[in-house]
Design a protein around this ligand. Structure first.
Ligand code: GLN
Length: 550
């Protein structure tokens, strides 16, 4: 049986160095060499998952097919590797402690004192080793946080122990650090890297490879210095230079020889890489034939990380249409029926993303109205779809007080309401939920099937009738209003296979107006842009060129 090799990626000096991107890019490169790769993120925080965290704290919550609410790095992993991930690909300190405490209460450790070492570290090792279940050639494990943090110590201890458990030739340690350039001195500085490696060694981990995040490439001379001080091979020190586009990182790593060094050190059966798809992608990104401007009307406009997958899916849609996509974030709280034109008239397409809570909701409803009346391509995702439905109910179907139960529980026409019972086909149970249920894990989460109406815009986009998309929401379209809205001109073009849940709405007499209850952005990759994003961008591009001709 093939033995999976493990690559552990740690970070030093400071956070936000791009460990997730480095891990994804290395994974992508190893894949181009014919190796099967899986990847995991270990997050040191105590939340059991990031689902309960505010996006301003943590950025986007990425949802997997199996309904796990995970770190946004899993989004990078899926986009770069093109493989769907699951619950097993993201653990937090909270989830590790949770299972240890559950076992303790069950009496699994009866008679013993439960301790960080060995119980927590054993649980972490179990989580890491579960990656080898399907025997991939390589499992990349990214440890969140920065070396030296109190929180990440059990994770680091666990990966230290694994070298002994699995054997030296099955483990490789990569340390990502910052090599700042000091303008005044006119040189790169290696001291932070030296300190960070010292810290790592003090807990028993000697890195095999060091990746230096830097503004400009680190010179061979400096690499020699880092190699000498940190006790690594000279050809095991790499630069990770800032790039203007994340999809350039794999090729940049390839030019540096990172994947080759990893393959040699781990004795991987690597073939010559097939880099054409990555080269074509980078070429397409660098040579657009035109441009289009999309407005994202949401609440977290100051924090781009909150809409990470969405942002990427729009870029992918641009690649599919050979256009550069300019993103303009608009705060929905600034928009009113009167001011909508002022904020939205220069846009080729309008997108309202998912969200929770009532802040800025009337602005989003005015935005949907503006897009509908002015025939601007419109894409409403989850909350965005719900806003489009409310708007249509109010201004076209004549239900002037229509609302979602989430924003006004007293509304006479709750066109969007809390579904208290639904069938969870994955768990094969009917989920019953009270209106006051706790906030962790009470959402419809993960992949659900959806049937598309023959000949509809979304059916044409997907080119198939049965699709599967990922969900993360509590509220649903209220079927009581299906007839009324249909008569007024809304098309319910996607429903659950038993027709009980509305998944997609469209306006046929509009150039492109689509709302979906699911989150298509989670499944878009640069190599396979999502059909709805592709078509939305196409419609926006067409609107722009029609405008230019006038
Ligand atoms: N707040 C809405 C709901 O819970 C929409 C959620 C979302 O956009 N992800 O149904």
């Amino acid at each position: 049986m093939k033995e999976t090799k493990f690559i552990f990626i740690t970070g030093g000096v400071l956070s936000s160095l791009g460990k997730g991107l480095a891990a994804s890019s290395l994974g992508a490169l190893l894949k181009t060499r014919g190796l099967s790769v899986t990847i995991q993120k270990l997050d040191p925080y105590i939340n059991v998952d990031p689902g309960t965290m505010n996006p301003t704290q943590h950025g986007e919550v990425f949802v997997t097919d199996d309904g796990a609410e995970t770190d946004l790095d899993l989004g990078h992993y899926e986009r770069f590797l093109g493989v769907p991930l699951s619950q097993k690909n993201n653990y937090t300190s909270g989830s590790i402690y949770n299972s240890v405490i559950t076992k303790e209460r069950r009496g699994d450790y009866l008679g013993g004192t439960v301790q960080v070492i060995p119980h927590i570290t054993d649980e972490i090792k179990l989580a890491i080793c579960s990656l080898a279940e399907h025997h991939p050639d390589v499992a990349i494990v990214e440890i969140g946080g920065t070396v030296g943090d109190i929180e990440s110590q059990p994770f680091l201890e666990a990966i230290r122990q694994l070298r002994g458990d699995l054997g030296k030739d099955r483990c490789l340690y990569i340390h990502l650090t910052l090599v700042p350039y000091l303008q005044a001195a006119g040189e790169h500085k290696t001291k932070p890297t030296q300190h960070s490696v010292k810290e790592l060694r003090s807990i028993g981990i000697q890195p095999d490879i060091i990746i230096c995040r830097c503004e400009t490439a680190v010179s061979p001379e400096l690499k020699r210095k880092i190699a000498l001080f940190c006790d690594v091979d000279v050809d095991a020190v790499f630069s990770s230079v800032d790039v203007d586009q994340v999809y350039k990182v794999p090729l940049a790593f390839y030019e540096e020889g990172l994947d080759q060094k990893v393959a040699i050190m781990l004795r991987l059966p690597a073939k010559n890489p097939t880099l054409t798809p990555w080269r074509d992608l980078v070429y397409a990104l660098d040579h657009p034939e035109g441009e289009t401007t999309i407005g994202i009307v949401g609440k977290y406009v100051e924090l781009k990380e909150a809409y990470k997958s969405l942002h990427e899916a729009l870029i992918h849609g641009g690649v599919a249409n050979a256009v550069k996509v300019n993103l303009k974030y608009v705060n929905s709280e600034d928009i009113s029926a009167e001011s909508a034109r002022e904020f939205l008239s220069d846009l080729d397409g309008i997108l309202i993303p998912g969200g929770f809570g009532g802040r800025g909701i009337e602005g989003k409803i005015s935005t949907a109205r503006y897009a509908r009346e002015n025939k601007v391509p419109f894409f409403g995702i989850c909350l965005g779809m719900q806003c489009a439905v409310i708007e249509f109910a109010r201004h076209v179907a004549g239900l002037s007080d229509a609302n979602s139960e989430e924003f006004n529980a007293e509304s006479p026409d709750k066109v969007i309401y809390l579904l208290t019972e639904w069938f969870d086909y994955r768990k094969k149970i009917t989920v019953v939920r009270g209106h006051d249920s706790d906030k962790g894990g009470t959402m419809r989460l993960g992949a659900y099937p959806c049937l598309l109406r023959e000949g509809s815009r979304c059916h044409n986009a997907y080119g198939q009738k049965l699709i599967s998309e990922r969900h993360r929401h509590r509220f649903e379209f209220n079927n009581t209003y299906r007839d009324v809205l249909e008569k007024a001109g809304m098309c319910f073009s996607g429903v659950s296979p038993d027709a009980s849940l509305v998944e997609v709405v469209e306006l046929p007499d509009h150039p492109w107006f689509v709302g979906c209850q699911f989150h298509p952005e989670f499944k878009s990759t640069p190599m396979a842009p999502h059909p709805l994003f592709r078509d939305f961008i196409r419609a926006s591009k067409e609107k722009r060129s029609a405008g230019e001709k006038q």
